[in-house]
Design a protein around this ligand. Structure first.
Ligand code: 5AD
Ligand code: SF4
Length: 455
């Protein structure tokens, strides 16, 4: 769909774009593709919205908060457009997909709206937009395509995201993703490996495989292809010069033995897993339709720890899901203490229109949610501080990312376990170095470089 223009795709009179991204890693990856697309159309990147001719917003709708932040940004964009009506405002991503044509009613100054599956068509609509867009044009995910055909503009030369699937077949009661990103479609393994190989040749050392539920990857390729996510990890591990492999996010219900074995046996697969818990109460997990209970989750953690010594585990937790009692919440705290997470993203339940949980009768009052998340954050930080403190005195392999964000005299990088390290040393971004750990906080390590371990 979308407004096709007969005027051609080149935006010869439009010079520069500015892109603002909200939300998850999938969106950050989509943003790289949007940038690649815009640059292929001949646009350059502007340093600020003020200097841009095309303002693009890649939005998220998973919780209410990003929606609000987006509204504030849009108000600013509207003011710029009032000053210069030639400016084009384009809104993409999940919020755009969820609102569809309503977006133009809510924000009449928006010229182009497009869903996450429609990035390849962006050029068509911007072409039309430049000539005075037909308001109401909306790109849907009907023609969803993988990024392979699209050149993307990566933020870092040596790190890359690789999309392995899109959409999600789960029906988690709180989640808007299945409604906006559609059913799961796996990308063909040959295509994925070809992309990883090309990236390695271009100097990429670390890849992160992306999907809404990475470890159910491949199931929809049956009976044509019989494969699973474990095999995909092994195939990526076999690609020369890929030093680190990460993936996000797996669903605990689909975490089978072959994936654990591949993690344990592949040198490049990092000792880190993001394993969303959501709740530690089996009763709430059932209401959430997560299809695992507390015991099954804990058994999985035990298996992972037995197979992969030194594994770091991260998670996502929601507090205040409808019907959550103090007892349910305490069970979540217990699981956090038992698993000893290295990191956790904590969320207050946010009712999203169109999801099952939004209309459940026993919503938890805001003050209770706030009180619970404070207690949860305190525990998460305490546990993470202890985990990091245990690394002090040891040596970590660090992939250098650039200067430290807090102290320009230091460098910053990440360990295989995905912890940020600020360290004194001399190295270039993309190098792997050995760093002695001298100090720690709940989220970072501090250290001193020993020597380069690889060029
Ligand atoms: N409210 C709060 N948190 C949510 N998440 C997803 N939907 C909601 C919601 N409606 C969280 C989940 C998920 C993460 C990406 O966002 O924890 O794993
Ligand atoms: Fe949403 Fe659940 Fe699918 Fe994750 S697995 S995207 S939380 S429905």
């Amino acid at each position: 769909m979308g407004a096709k223009s007969g005027l051609g795709l080149r935006l010869s009179f439009v010079k520069r774009y500015h892109l603002t991204t909200f939300g998850c890693q999938m969106n950050a990856h989509d943003s790289e593709r949007i940038k690649g697309m815009l640059e292929e159309l001949g646009l350059g990147e502007a340093v600020s919205q003020d200097e841009a001719d095309v303002l693009v917003f890649n939005t998220c709708t998973i919780r209410e908060k990003p929606d609000q932040r987006f509204a504030a940004h849009l108000a600013q964009a509207a003011a710029l457009k009032r000053r210069d009506p030639e400016r084009v405002i384009a809104v993409g991503g999940c919020y755009a997909e969820a609102q569809r044509e309503r977006l133009f009613g809510l924000y009449p100054f928006v010229d182009v709206a497009f869903g996450p599956g429609s990035i390849p068509h962006l050029g068509d609509w911007l072409g039309a937009g430049g000539a005075g867009v037909r308001r109401g044009a909306f790109g849907t995910g009907n023609e969803r395509r993988f990024s392979a055909a699209l050149r993307s503009k990566r933020e870092r030369r040596f790190q890359a995201w690789v999309q392995v699937s899109m959409g999600c077949n789960s029906k988690c009661a709180y989640c808007i993703v299945p409604a906006v990103r559609g059913r799961e479609v796996s990308r063909r393994p040959g295509e994925i490996i070809a992309e990883v190989t090309r990236l390695a040749e271009q100097g990429v050392r670390e890849i992160t495989l992306l999907g809404q539920n990475v470890n159910s990857w491949g199931r929809d390729l049956l009976p044509d292809l019989r494969t699973d996510f474990g095999e995909l990890l092994r195939a990526c591990d076999a690609v020369d010069r890929i030093e680190r492999i990460r993936f996000t996010s797996p669903h605990p219900k689909d975490f089978r033995e072959p994936v654990i074995a591949a993690m344990a046996e592949c040198d490049a697969v990092c000792e880190h897993v993001h394993l969303p818990l959501q709740s530690g109460s089996s009763r709430i997990l059932k209401r959430m339709r997560r299809t695992y209970d507390r015991e099954r989750y804990l058994r999985l953690v035990a298996k992972l720890r037995a197979a992969i010594p030194d594994l770091a585990i991260g998670t996502d937790i929601i507090v205040g899901f409808p019907g959550e009692t103090e007892e349910d919440f305490r069970e979540t705290l217990e699981v956090v203490g038992e698993v000893e997470y290295d990191s956790a993203f904590t969320f207050v339940f946010s009712p999203r229109a169109g999801t099952e949980a939004a209309t459940m009768p026993d919503q938890v009052p805001d003050d209770v949610k706030r009180e619970r998340i404070e207690r949860l954050i305190e525990l998460v930080q305490r546990v993470a501080s202890e985990r990091n403190a245990a690394r002090v005195g040891g040596v970590e392999e660090v992939l250098v990312e650039g200067p430290s964000r807090t102290d320009g005299a230091l460098l910053r990088g990440r360990t295989r376990r995905n912890t940020t390290v600020n360290f004194a040393g001399r190295a270039r971004p993309g190098e792997l170095v050995a760093v002695t750990i001298d100090a720690s906080t709940s989220t970072t390590l501090r250290g001193t470089q020993l020597a380069a371990v690889a060029a």
